[in-house]
Design a protein around this ligand. Structure first.
Ligand code: ATP
Ligand SMILES: Nc1ccn([C@@H]2O[C@H](COP(=O)(O)O)[C@@H](O)[C@H]2O)c(=O)n1
Length: 246
């Protein structure tokens, strides 16, 4: 009897064990649900970067490249006053992403502080969202593509070829002078990071400019001149023959 009771007790304990194991499995499945949802929403969030652009809208893109402090932001601001373009700065979008407190913010901040290039999927997603959110179809994309990886990924994902590349050419000593007197509170505007950024520009961005030059798509301007003179060149030499003023 004792043995039977013990056996019975063992059997009961067995069922209790199975019951609790089921609870654990269900609970585990339950706690995985938010993760599964998260993966789903991540898939949704990344959908916009793999699908190109909706509709047949023709998107015109001009890439604006040049060393750090060459005047990309300054010239883009002047271009949008005269031509029907929307200015998107890759650097500004990345800085906004840091400020938003997003998951990628810490990584982006670290890369920027070291003058390194952020992985293309992050930057392209931000650019593509900004383009999709905009009612416009003509974009000046400033500070992008920074390297061959940026360039190839952008073309593969968006299927967009730039109309041309505006290259603001400026010697390093002038870039350094401008960056060190910019005074906008940017953590990367210091001599050490500036030099790293210039090295990255020479090693990684110049090959992109060369790539487009081989395709006859580069419009180079002497960006060491005063702001208004640079803009006169940008305007007369580049935009007027190609795009009507608004
Ligand atoms: N042609 C110019 N002559 C003198 N100063 C200029 C000229 N163009 C821009 N600057 C000044 O140089 C600094 C850098 O210009 P800007 O921010 O437009 O460069 P950028 O290429 O966008 O820089 P970054 O790549 O670091 O974002 C600013 O303080 C700006 O006022
Ligand atoms: N395509 C890009 C553009 C920028 N970055 C990072 O941001 C820094 C600042 O860029 P600016 O154009 O505002 O000077 C740059 O040094 C990079 O760290 C990037 O990674 N990819």
């Amino acid at each position: 009897m004792k043995a039977a009771m013990t056996r019975g007790g063992d059997l009961d304990r067995g069922w209790v064990y199975i019951y609790f194991m089921n609870l654990v499995i269900f609970a585990a499945a339950d706690t995985r649900l938010p993760n599964l949802t998260c993966w789903d929403s991540m898939a949704d969030a990344s959908k916009d970067i793999v699908d190109g652009f909706p509709g047949d809208k023709k998107i015109t893109v001009v890439f604006v490249l040049g060393g750090p402090g060459s005047g990309k932001g300054t010239q883009c601001a002047m271009i949008v006053e005269h031509y029907n373009f929307t200015h998107l700065s890759a650097g500004d979008l990345l800085r906004a992403e840091i400020k938003s407190g997003s998951r990628n913010g810490v990584m982006i901040q670290k890369m920027m502080n070291e003058g390194k290039i952020v992985p293309p999927e992050v930057t392209i997603k931000l650019l593509q969202r900004a383009m999709l959110d905009s009612a416009h179809d003509k974009f000046l994309i400033d500070g992008f593509p920074r390297d061959e990886e940026n360039r190839a990924a952008f073309e593969n994902i968006t299927k967009i070829e730039p109309e041309f590349v505006l290259y603001l050419d400026c010697p390093e000593d002038e870039l350094e002078r401008r960056i060190l007197s910019r005074n906008q509170g940017r953590a990367d505007d210091n001599i050490e990071t500036m030099r790293k950024r210039f090295r990255v520009f020479k090693e990684s961005s110049l090959p992109v400019i060369k790539h487009y030059n081989l395709k006859g798509k580069v419009r180079k301007v002497d960006a060491a001149k005063p702001v208004d003179e640079v803009f006169e060149d940008v305007k007369k030499v580049i935009f007027v023959p190609l795009i009507a003023e608004v």
